[in-house]
Design a protein around this ligand. Structure first.
Ligand code: SF4
Length: 196
């Protein structure tokens, strides 16, 4: 994926940008994110389900308790387990090394960070994390992650921008020779450098 030199690269669930990649062929475009964050970030859209080989439209999937633990399976046929398919596709995304944050679609069995429904028979509890989100948390523990609805809150949004900016600055420093002066650049100055 190409990176804009003036903006910080941030991954985002494709459906939030208006890409029609959902299981039902629709999208969940979030205008609030576009309005407030596209001036800061160079969005890198990614749909873990489509990228793993699933079609559009496709049978819906869900997290479910199984004898093998919590797995991601087809809703209408839980014997079809897509957990490994999603996991191995995520492991092949080398571009994730370059990004400084990820905005994820809530409630998704692939993208949801927390409180995703986990089914046991016909009941569910909101204790799960989507397969792709789990991978991001484990593989990139310092990567700022946020669900799209929380970014409607101005304070949470500002906090996310700051965390992304700090990681971006750190990655830049790691690519150059780090000096004490560079480390002492006030944080506010670092943010200002990314104002459009
Ligand atoms: S897998 Fe993620 S990006 Fe793809 S449609 Fe579902 S929520 Fe959107």
């Amino acid at each position: 994926m190409e990176t804009s030199p003036s903006k910080i690269p941030v991954g985002i669930s494709s459906c939030l940008l208006g890409h029609s990649v959902r299981y039902d062929g629709d999208h969940t475009k979030n205008d609030n994110i576009l309005q407030h964050l596209q001036t800061h970030f160079d969005f890198k859209p990614f749909c873990p389900e489509v990228e793993s080989g699933m079609s559009i439209p496709r049978p819906p999937i869900q997290l479910r308790h199984t004898p093998q633990g919590i797995r991601c399976v087809r809703v209408e046929n839980p014997s079809i387990d897509v957990t490994d398919q999603l996991q191995s596709s995520a492991e092949q995304q080398s571009w994730l090394e370059e990004i400084c944050g990820f905005i994820l679609k809530k409630n998704s069995p692939s993208c949801g960070i927390d409180c995703v429904k986990v089914y046991r028979n016909n009941d569910f509890e909101r204790t799960g994390s989507g397969i792709f989100a789990q991978y991001l948390k484990k593989r990139y523990p310092t990567l700022p992650l946020e669900e799209e609805d929380r970014l409607c809150d101005p304070q949470l949004r500002e906090n996310f921008i700051q965390r992304v900016t700090v990681l971006h600055r750190w990655k830049q420093l790691c690519r150059s020779e780090i000096t004490v002066n560079q480390l002492q650049v006030p944080f506010a100055t670092q943010i200002d450098r990314h104002e459009p």
